[in-house]
Design a protein around this ligand. Structure first.
Ligand SMILES: [Zn+2]
Length: 315
């Protein structure tokens, strides 16, 4: 009996102590920015403006890319990430029309951003200021897929949309899914004045460096090697006019007229792919003590001040 009483006392003591501790830390100002921005279903009704950095910012006056158009279909629309600055919406529509020149009926479009930009609840560090869009490598056979067939996000049920991977398993080269049409589309995108950079898997850039021909290779510099990005390419636009607080990533002042087909690119498909030895050094231990610095950990106050306003405007 005494044991049971003791156990009950312990339970009550533990629960009440736990609750008071939980309450002390359950302050609403600790809600992560990604949760707040990920929940908006409407943009602010302010003038369209990109604010802050691509990976730390937000968007006013966002515009929605319709789920379907004559030359595009948005994939994974249930995520609600089909919003952007008007310049991004126009760019996306323009490129989807342009691909007719290369024998494509249009484009499958992936994520743009939240209606008010900001961090996304999962998936991206950037895509925050309404100036970035992911475009699928799969060539559309239909631009009228049902909602079910246009989904491949397991959070929304069984995935049906099939991505097209254009890179070999060992990540050193493109595979047989890659076509010259893909390069033509990437070239057309890179030659667009509005574009700042395009991220692709490094193996793709290696192929393009070899096959882009000798004339005018400056557009190749905008194509940047990355990990991942073997099923889609990521387009980042320059800051548009009327967005004085938007912060561009630098363009190639240092490297003018260079194509980026260099040693650094070679490193991406050689040394970078070698397995790393796990040595726990002092630096790693120190690093572990630091707080998470990724966009998924941002608190509202980590974003530019103007984004606090964006977050609190009700429509
Ligand atoms: Zn992206």
């Amino acid at each position: 009996m005494n044991i049971i009483k003791g156990f009950l006392f312990f339970q009550i003591f533990f629960i009440s102590t736990f609750l008071s501790v939980a309450q002390a830390h359950d302050s609403s100002d600790k809600v992560l920015a990604k949760k707040i921005f990920g929940n908006f279903i409407t943009p602010t009704q302010l003038r369209s403006e990109s604010l802050g950095k691509y990976n730390k910012g937000c968007l006013n006056g966002g515009v929605e890319l319709p789920i379907k158009g004559e030359t595009w279909q948005h994939i994974n629309s249930k995520r609600g990430r089909n919003w952007g600055h008007p310049s991004l919406i126009n760019f996306t529509k323009d490129l989807s029309q342009k691909v007719a020149d290369f024998g494509w009926m249009g484009l499958y479009i992936g994520d743009l951003g939240n209606p008010r930009g900001g961090p996304t609840p999962y998936g991206h560090a950037a895509h925050q200021v309404g100036l970035e869009v992911d475009i699928k490598f799969r060539k559309p056979a239909s631009l009228d897929l049902s909602v079910k067939d246009s989904h491949n996000d397991q959070r929304y049920g069984k995935p049906f949309f099939k991505e097209l991977n254009v890179v070999s398993k060992n990540q050193t080269a493109v595979n047989s899914n890659w076509t010259k049409e893909h390069m033509n589309i990437l070239k057309a995108a890179a030659q667009d004045e509005r574009v700042n950079k395009i991220f692709v898997n490094a193996a793709i850039k290696v192929w393009m460096c070899k096959n882009a021909g000798a004339e005018d290779r400056s557009w190749l510099m905008k194509i940047r090697p990355e990990r991942g990005h073997s099923e889609h390419f990521h387009v980042r636009l320059k800051c548009p006019e009327g967005s004085p607080d938007c912060i561009d990533t630098p363009l190639w002042n240092k490297y003018k007229n260079v194509d980026g087909c260099d040693k650094q690119l070679a490193w991406w498909v050689t040394d970078r792919l070698k397995p790393k030895k796990k040595i726990i050094t002092k630096t790693v231990k120190i690093k572990k003590k630091y707080k998470c610095a990724h966009a998924r950990c941002y608190l509202p106050e980590d974003l530019p001040k103007a984004c606090l306003k964006t977050m609190h405007i009700e429509n």
